[in-house]
Design a protein around this ligand. Structure first.
Ligand SMILES: *[C@@H]1O[C@H](CO)[C@@H](O)[C@H](O)[C@H]1NC(C)=O
Ligand SMILES: *[C@@H]1O[C@H](CO)[C@@H](O)[C@H](O)[C@H]1NC(C)=O
Ligand SMILES: *[C@@H]1O[C@H](CO)[C@@H](O)[C@H](O)[C@H]1NC(C)=O
Ligand SMILES: [Zn+2]
Length: 487
């Protein structure tokens, strides 16, 4: 305690020193550095090692990369300066779990509306899941269609995951060479017929094919448990499908736990990195041996006890569980078993959601709220900005091996930033286009009080969103390719 208070008084002395120092002379270079930018920040978190916000300047070159990080009054070399006031400056967020649905299901969502919301929410990198678009990302030809569709349609950078499905083992290495950032499989019905579930032998084959590459293989880890099948079928047949509890009971924690055990066993001693997406049950946390895992914002925000009858905007798989389970997941983040938080943004048109949980599409729309929804709950539990940077920037970038470009504020990396106000709150009205930029206003966060407001988003040195001016008109996002890409 004594040490901390000494540190704090030292820090405030330093702060007083810096504030008292008169600003340096304006830059005297005769050649203005076109396209450059300096962010002058009182409170920035460069990476999760910054346990408290530090002050400084970030110098951005015309190439959109970070040239240097210097002290607060170093404004040399560039005339264009953004002073961020009391706002927090963080690396732009990286979301490795987004369903864009484009092409093919663009009436559900699409590159323009996904990335508009991303830009407004401070997410500067979106990694697209390989399913829900038509075609799915399971062959090079399909990947090519997806990449071409995204050109000039994204307000932030976009990368792609490839799918591992029963019939595409010969497409995996070609997909890697065409630039995918990882792979994903379903161990249970995916909800769409064109993306089949894999069994153990498919997983084994894929692990062997991928073993010489440092690439992530992600799993939707839920399996059908034989012993529970009768009970679940009875629930679906006789239960009241508009009651949330009925739906929740039909996807018990055991379905997750057994799937994760299977992945852990299959990945043991294998060289491929295995990752469990959207962990929803705290019972599974003790199973994560040698695999990484994420949870999603909605499992950390909502609780089953408070989901009204028929409110299928809350439906997702695995389901949102109890309040006690939610605390268990927060503890998993605290202990580090869960290393990141993704959105699993997976919207649908309102008509695919009726008041029956069994008959509605499962998926929650939330990408734009990634920061505010998470901060609302994290801040009341004592988590810090440093934790946010770990969960939302650093770890996701590492997962898909783009940490040489994204996820921290460091010399040589892309100048992607989110500048936000952590103490301001607002109530979401999803029908207001300036508040929620996604294609459909249907989201369980509608009407909720959220804490944390994004003021500005910067992508490779370009301001792509300001609170006053909204998202810019022309999309400047690019396609990100993985390290095994050969073109
Ligand atoms: C943040 O938002 C406030 C209120 O809209 C505005 O006055 C301020 O200039 C913004 N800061 C930045 C860095 O844009
Ligand atoms: C994308 O935009 C650039 C710059 O405006 C333009 O040169 C290019 O032709 C566009 N590409 C497509 C496929 O629309
Ligand atoms: C199912 O529950 C809803 C909401 O509680 C109720 O209105 C409806 O009548 C129930 N349906 C049946 C078949 O019991
Ligand atoms: Zn998903």
């Amino acid at each position: 305690m004594i040490k901390i208070s000494i540190l704090i008084s030292l820090a405030s002395l330093l702060a007083v020193y810096f504030i008292a120092t008169p600003p340096v002379e304006p830059p005297t270079t005769s050649q203005p550095n076109e396209g450059c930018l300096i962010i002058q920040a009182k409170r920035m978190i460069r990476d999760s090692k910054d346990l408290i916000p530090i002050s400084g300047t970030i110098h951005v070159g015309a190439d959109g990369k970070i040239e240097k990080i210097a002290d607060y009054y170093d404004l040399h070399g560039c005339q264009r300066i953004i002073n961020t006031g009391d706002d927090i400056v963080m690396p732009g967020m990286v979301d490795t779990h987004v369903h864009v649905n484009d092409p093919g299901r663009t009436h559900w969502e699409g590159f323009l509306t996904v990335t508009k919301g991303a830009a407004a929410g401070g997410v500067t990198t979106v990694i697209d899941m390989p399913l829900n678009s038509l075609p799915p990302t399971t062959t090079v030809e399909n990947l090519d269609i997806k990449m071409k569709t995204s050109v000039n349609q994204t307000f932030v950078d976009v990368g792609f995951l490839g799918g591992v499905v029963p019939e595409n083992k010969n497409d995996l290495l070609p997909l890697l060479n065409a630039g995918v950032l990882g792979f994903k499989s379903f161990m249970i019905n995916s909800g769409v017929q064109e993306f089949g579930a894999v069994d153990e032998s498919h997983i084994e084959t894929a692990l062997n094919i991928l073993k010489d590459h440092d690439i992530v293989y992600m799993f939707h880890a839920e399996v059908e448990v034989l012993e529970l099948e009768q009970e679940i079928q009875d629930l679906i047949k006789n239960g009241n499908g508009s009651h949330y509890a009925t739906f929740m009971k039909s996807r018990p924690p055991r379905m997750e736990v057994e799937a994760i055990r299977k992945v852990v066993e299959l990945c043991k001693d294998k060289l491929t990195r295995c990752h469990i997406v959207h962990v929803a049950t705290d019972e599974a946390l003790s199973e994560m041996d040698g695999v990484s895992s994420e949870t999603c914002t909605h499992y950390l925000f909502f609780t089953s006890e408070s989901i009204p009858d028929g409110a299928t905007q809350y439906k997702c798989c695995p389901p949102i569980r109890t309040a006690a389970n939610r605390e268990g997941l927060w503890n998993g983040l605290r202990s580090g078993v869960l290393s990141m938080v993704t959105s699993d943004h997976s919207p649908s048109p309102p008509d695919l959601k009726n008041n029956d949980f069994f008959k509605s599409w499962g998926g929650i729309s939330s990408l734009e709220l990634s920061l505010s929804a998470l901060w609302t709950q994290a801040s009341i539990r004592g988590f810090t900005f440093s934790d946010l940077v770990k969960w939302k920037c650093e770890e996701p970038a590492k997962l898909v091996q783009i940490h040489d470009r994204k996820g921290t504020i460091r010399k040589g990396l892309d100048a992607d930033f989110v500048i936000w106000s952590p103490d301001e709150s607002y109530v979401l009205d999803a029908r207001k286009k300036r508040m929620f930029h996604h294609k459909h206003p249907l989201t369980p966060y509608d009407g909720r009080a959220l804490k944390g407001v994004v003021n500005m988003t910067i992508l490779r040195g370009v301001v792509v969103f300001t609170r006053e001016g909204d998202v810019i008109e022309n999309p400047t996002g690019k396609v990100l390719k993985g390290r095994y890409s050969i073109n």
